[in-house]
Each structure stands twice: as structure tokens, then as C-alpha cells.
Design a protein around this ligand. Structure first.
Ligand SMILES: Cc1cc2nc3c(=O)[nH]c(=O)nc-3n(C[C@H](O)[C@H](O)[C@H](O)COP(=O)(O)O)c2cc1C
Length: 386
């Protein structure tokens, strides 16, 4: 039990010590796009997490591509230096690979941070011009974006390339292209949002064209032998939206472009979209992508229970699991998962006193997770019943 979740995986010459990824999580605490002391503490806590890969949050490749004024950017020297400082401190403690997700928010840019409502910034609040494949607003709380022309698209490709070059300079191990969650590249893929009539809209081939151009440009600069991946969405789950066939075609295009992995997520294309979420609810989409493309695939989405994580890897559904909120709530998720799955995981000697193998207080902790044999379907039924 637990042998697969805790087994190493080598991808493009990089070895992840286990299959557990700290999922990228926006913190909205950057200052002019530069990592702050918040990032030092937030990311720093994961240096001790025991995860196999720690991903840095969605990071804008140009100022206009940030979701909010608090989002990280990687388009100035000051931002590069600030991130290098965080990484340097992290590496003193954390020996696992570290990656960064780079993206462009497109029509979802220029927004308030979530705890201020997340709506579009108004004029006088520092709003900036937003761009998208087509002039279609995200919702009634956002401005109508400008439709990108060829020059704008070339500028954005160049911005992705420069961000990857900066990531390489500061020694990051993984670059992940953010092509999910209704941000710019997903906006191109999604027929509900992309209304273009040129070579970048209409047919699937046309809608995938710009994201795959960005992908090819990234592959050209991100060194072979360093991991390059993408976060993509499963189906849009909306009438007339992108389908799982679109997802698979995109993943296949990424594979042909030389990408090493995909993480299959969902949602956030249009304002107000709701769908049922339950433990492992996105795994079937990831499984389909892995099966059809053979790409190394990460699953994500309410993976909290270590037994579910183990099962998803052991059955070959996915190769890695990305975990977000469970890590915020419990930065020691990996240690607890190892304990539940019966895996011996050495504690750092400084923390040895808290190792359940020798700490009698461990018996008095609350039970954190379900018992073996709990399936995603059983949890789905339980969550539907409450
Ligand atoms: C605070 C927070 C910030 C997030 N920021 C990002 C992000 O920067 N990039 C991304 O692809 N997903 C982001 N997500 C989504 C998570 O990475 C993950 O896909 C989602 O939360 C589902 O996983 P979970 O059920 O384990 O939380 C964020 C989620 C949270 C909770």
C-alpha cells in the first residue's frame, strides 16, 4: 500500500521523489509583480512538505496578463531578482524540484483580488486594457476586452519566451504553460469565447493554433532535459463549449511540440459557471488524456484522501496528483499520507521528536483521512447526500 504514490518518477531527466505536486496557487501578494516576504513564507513552508514537486503560482508574462495587481509577474529584472531570492532560500531546505506556472489572463485580467470581490477593476482603481481572442466580456462585472491582432499575439508569444528565459536563469526545474481556467490560451480554445473568423478561430485546428504556437516557442527556448508541461482544461461542460476531444487534440499537439506532461483541470471559462465537484471528479478527464496521448499526466481536483491519491496512481489513471487546498490546510499532508499508507518517511532530524514512530502524543491526534477502500464513487455519494 502506498508504494506507487511514493515512488519516484523521472520525466525528461528530472526525478520527482514521489508523485505528489503542490498545485500552483495564486497568492495575490506580489508587489508590482515581484515576490514578497509572503511568498518566502508561503512557498517556504512547502520546502519541508515532502512533496515531489512544488509549483509556483500562475505568473503573468506581461503586466497586462496578470489577473490582479497582486499577481506575480516574470517580465522585469526586479521580479526575476525577487523570485531568485525566494528560490535561493527555499533550496537551502527543500531538495525537491520547483516549477513555475506562466500565463496570461486575457479577458480575466485587471481584476480585484478575490477577497475584494474579484470583479474587474474600475477606472480610477488602476484598471488596465485587457485583451482576448474576441471582444467578449467575462461577465457583467468586467470590461469588454480588445480583440488581439497579429502584432499583439506576437508580443504575447515573445513575452512567454522571455518569462521562460528568466525562469531558466534563476534555476527553476519546471515551466508549466497555463492554458486552463478560462485564461488567455483557453479563451482561444473555447468556441464560446473565441469568435474569430481568421486562422485562429472556428475549426478545432484554428482554435488550437495560437496556444500551440506559444507552446512551440516555449519549447524552443526551454532547455531539452528540463521539464516543460501545461495545465489544460477538460471539457467546458457548457452547451457549445470545448469537448474532451478538443482537450485530447490539444494535449496531443503539446506532445508533438515536445511537452513532457499535462495537468488536466476544468472550469472558470465564463462568469458564474457551477458544476458538481467531489473527490477526484476530474480524474476521468485526465485518464482519457493519458490513455489517448500517452503523455505523463497529472490529476487534480479535491484529492484530499491519500487512499484516493494512491488509487489514482496505482490503477494507472494518472501519473501524479496535484493538490491545492489540502496543502493550504495541512502543509504536512505528505507526512500524514505516508503514515496512513504505511510508508516510512524520514522526518527531518530537527523534527524527529514529532515522528509518530516515537512520539506518544501522536495517538491523540484526530483521524485525518478515510480508511482504505474508500473509493471516489463512495465519496461522491456521501458528498451528494450531505
Ligand atoms: C488559493 C488558490 C489559488 C489557486 N491558484 C491557481 C493558480 O495559480 N494556477 C492554477 O492553475 N490553479 C490555481 N488554483 C487551482 C488549484 O491549483 C487546483 O487546481 C484546485 O484548487 C483544485 O484542487 P484542490 O481541490 O486540491 O484544491 C488555485 C486554487 C486555490 C485554492
Amino acid at each position: 500500500m502506498g508504494a506507487t504514490l511514493f515512488s519516484p518518477l523521472t520525466v525528461a531527466g528530472t526525478t520527482f521523489p514521489n508523485r505528489i505536486v503542490v498545485s500552483p496557487m495564486c497568492q495575490y501578494r506580489a508587489i508590482d509583480g515581484a515576490a514578497s516576504d509572503w511568498h518566502m513564507i508561503h512557498l517556504g513552508q512547502f520546502a519541508l512538505s515532502g512533496a515531489g514537486l512544488v509549483m509556483i503560482e500562475a505568473t503573468g508574462v506581461e503586466a497586462a496578463g496578470r489577473i490582479t495587481p497582486g499577481c506575480l509577474g516574470l517580465y522585469t529584472d526586479a521580479q526575476e531578482e525577487a523570485l531568485a531570492r525566494v528560490l535561493k532560500v527555499f533550496r537551502h531546505v527543500g531538495k525537491m524540484p520547483v516549477g513555475i506556472q506562466i500565463g496570461h489572463a486575457g479577458r480575466k485580467a485587471s481584476s480585484h483580488v478575490p477577497w475584494d470581490g474579484g470583479h474587474g477593476l474600475a477606472e480610477g482603481e488602476g484598471a488596465w486594457t485587457i485583451v482576448a481572442p474576441s471582444a467578449v466580456a467575462y461577465d457583467e462585472h468586467r470590461a469588454v476586452p480588445e480583440a488581439l491582432d497579429g502584432e499583439g499575439m506576437r508580443r504575447i508569444v515573445a513575452a512567454f519566451v522571455q518569462a521562460a528565459e528568466r525562469a531558466e536563469r534563476i534555476g527553476l526545474d519546471v515551466v508549466e504553460l497555463h492554458a486552463a481556467h478560462g485564461y488567455l490560451l483557453h479563451q482561444f480554445i473555447a468556441p464560446l469565447v473565441n469568435r474569430r473568423t481568421d486562422a485562429y478561430g472556428g475549426s478545432r485546428e484554428n482554435r488550437l493554433r495560437f496556444p500551440l504556437e506559444v507552446a512551440a516557442a516555449l519549447r524552443a527556448v526551454w532547455p531539452e532535459g528540463k521539464v516543460l508541461g501545461a495545465r489544460i482544461n477538460g471539457p467546458d461542460l457548457l452547451p457549445g463549449g470545448a469537448t474532451i476531444e478538443d482537450t485530447i487534440a490539444f494535449a496531443d499537439g503539446l506532445k508533438k511540440a515536445g511537452f513532457d506532461y499535462v495537468c488536466v483541470s476544468a472550469g472558470s471559462l465564463i462568469g458564474g459557471q457551477r458544476f458538481e465537484a467531489f473527490p477526484g471528479y476530474l480524474l476521468p478527464y485526465a485518464e482519457a488524456v493519458k490513455r489517448e496521448t500517452g503523455l505523463v499526466t497529472q490529476g487534480v481536483g479535491m484529492i484530499v484522501d491519500p487512499f484516493l491519491a494512491e488509487q489514482s496512481i496505482a490503477t494507472g489513471q494518472v501519473d501524479m496528483v496535484a493538490i491545492a487546498r489540502a496543502f493550504l490546510e495541512d502543509p504536512r499532508w505528505v507526512w500524514h499520507a505516508a503514515e496512513k499508507l504505511g510508508i516510512a518517511m524520514p522526518f527531518p532530524p530537527e523534527y524527529r521528536g514529532a515522528d509518530p514512530a516515537i512520539w506518544r502524543g501522536a495517538a491523540h491526534r484526530p483521524l485525518l483521512c478515510s480508511e482504505p477502500g474508500t473509493t471516489a464513487e463512495a465519496m461522491r455519494t456521501a458528498s451528494a447526500a450531505t
